[in-house]
Design a protein around this ligand. Structure first.
Ligand SMILES: [Zn+2]
Length: 380
């Protein structure tokens, strides 16, 4: 799921709130299930009452999910971690934070805030059930929400990544071993075990005629994917640890004069297979030209336009230094959505010099080689 995908419904505490398209299905399904339950348990209510209280309960349930995600977010913001968005989707809510917490205790507090908030809501609705009998609208609504929030708290405390309980588990292992990668692998493995258990348990239920258990299978499958993804991210971090731009850059930087036409430039690209050039005039750097920029100009204008007119001007080129850690560089390349970055040395002391170029491909090649050679090669 992309960041902030779906319909934006508002902003709370500076965080944009989104409804993902899949949310519509779960909202409809849950509303229907609640109204159906009311119909069976409250035959004296009118049809309108079944549906009005049903929709209201369903809306309040998703407000509860939102409250759960907001609690994670408030604690994250307390640690100066920006919350990019909160999205409600098929399997609940998802708060996207800009980076992982830098300390185990921060992760622990961010993770535990959600289940605590759900537990608190469950308690609040429990008080309401004592004040209003179950036969009335408010009492019926409160009973359902008390149970739902209670389940939300308990389910999220299961100790497998990416559930809150898995994050709490990771924070504890991280705090004890001081090793984030190891903690993620342990919590990820435990998340996979919980996911497989849910899939098997759900499948067993479906085979025995309980079709609603299909839901357990789906949630298990979702957890399995998320657990695998988090472990893969750690593997990437590990493959790149200790490397800097200088290690993967190509020292050969092709150049092109600015006065040639795009037609001539395309011929050069086809001839040499090089996809990126620095545009120079003698010793002077004017800008950068690549296939992506070439393709942004319509084909029939290539003959009448010069490289200098189409290139990325010098001021707009994103640079890296030979010392920049590769992991951070990769993040920058992905965020800026560029394919390559020139490597400039001595930018600080007034005599900047282009010493090479780093491409996405060169980083991917290193990652691939390192993962093929295994952990031995990564311990340098
Ligand atoms: Zn949570």
């Amino acid at each position: 799921m992309n960041r902030g995908s779906g319909l934006r419904i508002g902003k709370i505490l500076g965080i944009p709130i989104y409804l993902h398209s899949t949310w519509v299905f779960i909202f409809a399904a849950i509303t229907y299930m609640i109204a159906f339950q009311f119909k069976q348990q409250h035959p004296l209510w009118t049809e309108t009452q079944h549906w009005t209280v049903g929709v209201l309960t369903s809306l309040l349930f998703f407000a509860s999910v939102l409250f759960h995600e907001l609690s994670h977010s408030v604690v994250a913001q307390h640690y100066k971690i920006r919350v990019i968005s909160i999205t409600l989707f098929l399997f609940g809510g998802l708060a996207r934070i800009e980076r992982e917490p830098s300390k185990a205790i921060q992760e622990f507090n961010i993770a535990i805030a959600g289940p605590l908030a759900s537990g608190l809501l469950s308690g609040g609705f429990f008080v309401l059930t004592k004040l209003f009998p179950y036969s009335q609208s408010v009492g019926a609504l409160a009973t359902l929400l008390c149970v739902a929030n209670g389940w939300l708290a308990v389910f999220n405390l299961l100790p497998g990544f990416p559930l809150d309980g898995g994050r709490i588990f990771r924070a504890i292992v991280w705090g004890m071993t001081k090793n984030f990668e190891k903690a993620t692998r342990v919590a990820g493995a435990s998340g996979k075990m919980i996911a497989y258990a849910m899939i098997l348990f759900g499948a067993w239920g479906v085979v025995n005629g309980k079709v609603q258990m299909l839901w357990t299978v789906l949630i298990g499958w979702f957890i399995l994917n998320a657990a695998q993804e988090s472990v893969a991210q750690v593997a990437i971090r590990q493959a790149l640890v200790g490397l800097s731009a200088a290690d993967v850059m190509s020292k050969e930087v092709p150049t092109t004069p600015g006065h040639i036409t795009l037609e001539e430039y395309s011929a050069e690209v086809l001839r040499t297979g090089r996809r990126c050039h620095l545009v120079v005039n003698g010793d002077r750097l004017l800008g950068m030209m690549n296939v992506h920029t070439l393709n942004s100009v319509p084909r029939n204008e290539w003959a009448h336009n010069s490289v200098q007119a189409a290139m990325i001007p010098r001021e707009k080129i994103l640079w890296t230094s030979p010392e920049e850690p590769l992991l951070r560089l990769l993040e920058r390349i992905l965020t800026a959505d560029v394919n390559q970055m020139p490597v400039v040395s001595g930018a600080g002391d007034g005599a900047p010099q282009i010493v090479g170029i780093v491409t996405r491909d060169s980083i991917l090649r290193v990652m691939q080689t390192r993962s093929e050679l295994g952990p031995l090669a990564t311990s340098r």
